[in-house]
Design a protein around this ligand. Structure first.
Ligand code: AMP
Length: 253
C-alpha cells in the first residue's frame, strides 16, 4: 500500500488544502530526521512516508521552491534565505521558524509528519518542542542517520534531483529508469545548486557546527534513535523499521 501524501499545504503554503485520509491516532507517526547533507534523509523520508502515510516535510524544499520564483515576488526574509542557501549557509532561525509557523497545521495533521532538515539548531529544536507541546502532538523520536565523512562526500556527488517533483535519485544506488530523466515527470534531472562540491563543503561544515548539540538534545529527552546509514537505501530503511519496532516494544516505550 502506498500512503504517500500530496504535501500541498507544506509546499505551497497554508492556503492550500491537502487531500488527507485521517489515520487512526495510534497509527499516526511523528518523526524528526537528523543527518548530514547527503546522508540520504530525503530518500528515507520518502520510504517512511510511503510506509506510514506521514507527510515528508522538508524545509530545504521550501527554500528550493523560493529559489525557483521571481525574486521580486519574494519577501525580504525569503530573498535572504535563498542567498544563504545558494552559498551553502544555514538560513536564519527566524526565517525558518516563520515558515514553519505558517505551516503549523501540517504538525497537527491526522496523517502525522516526517520533518526532514528541521530542526538544525538547538534553538529550532526548542521552538519545535513548544509548538508541538501547545498542540499536544509529541514527537515519537528523532531518527539520526549516521555515516562517516568520506562516504558522505561520495554519496552526495552522485545525487540527482527532479526540479519539478523534487524526487531524489542516485547515479549508483537509485538510478532513474532512463538516464537523466525523472521516472515520474520525465523532467531532466539536475545536480542541486547546493550539491556542487564547494557548496557541499560549506554545508557540511555549517551542519557540523550547528548540529553537534542536537543529538545530545534528543538523547537527553530519550528521543534519539541512531541508525547506521551505510549500504543501500533498502538496507538503511530495513534498519530503521527494525529500530522503530524494537523501540515501540521496549518496556518503557
Ligand atoms: P537540505 O535540503 O535540508 O540540505 O537544505 C538545503 C538548504 O536549505 C540548507 O543548506 C540551508 O541553507 C537551508 N535550510 C533548510 N532547512 C534549514 C533549517 N532548518 N535551518 C536553516 N537552514 C535550512
Amino acid at each position: 500500500m502506498n500512503l504517500q501524501r500530496d504535501r500541498s499545504a507544506w509546499l505551497h503554503g497554508p492556503e492550500k488544502v491537502c487531500q488527507v485520509q485521517p489515520l487512526h491516532p495510534a497509527q499516526c507517526r511523528r518523526f524528526v530526521l537528523l543527518g548530514a547533507p547527503g546522508v540520504g534523509k530525503g530518500t528515507q523520508a520518502a520510504l517512511l512516508s510511503a510506509a506510514f502515510g506521514a507527510c515528508h516535510l522538508a524545509t530545504g524544499d521550501l527554500f528550493r521552491r523560493a529559489q525557483a520564483c521571481d525574486p521580486a515576488t519574494l519577501s525580504p526574509g525569503l530573498r535572504q534565505a535563498v542567498t544563504a542557501m545558494q552559498a551553502g549557509h544555514l538560513v536564519s532561525d527566524e526565517t525558518v521558524l516563520q515558515l514553519l509557523l505558517e505551516r503549523a497545521a501540517c504538525l497537527t495533521c491526522q496523517g502525522g509528519f516526517i520533518l526532514d532538515g528541521f530542526p538544525r539548531t538547538v534553538a529550532q529544536a526548542a521552538a519545535l518542542d513548544v509548538i508541538l507541546g501547545q498542540r499536544n502532538t509529541p514527537l515519537e523520536c528523532a531518527i539520526s542517520y549516521e555515516l562517516d565523512p568520506d562516504a558522505l562526500a561520495a554519496r552526495i556527488s552522485g545525487r540527482r534531483t527532479c526540479p519539478v517533483c523534487h524526487g531524489v535519485y542516485h547515479l549508483l544506488t537509485r538510478p532513474p529508469r532512463e538516464p537523466d530523466l525523472c521516472d515520474i515527470c520525465r523532467a531532466p534531472l539536475t545536480l542541486r545548486a547546493d550539491d556542487w562540491p564547494e557548496a557541499v563543503r560549506v554545508r557540511q561544515q555549517a551542519y557540523l557546527a550547528a548540529t553537534h548539540c542536537l543529538r545530545d538534545y534528543y538523547a537527553d529527552r530519550d528521543l534519539l534513535l541512531p541508525i547506521d546509514a551505510s549500504g543501500t537505501p533498502e538496507e538503511v530503511f530495513g534498519r530503521t523499521i527494525t529500530a522503530l519496532t524494537e523501540r515501540a516494544a521496549a518496556p518503557d516505550a
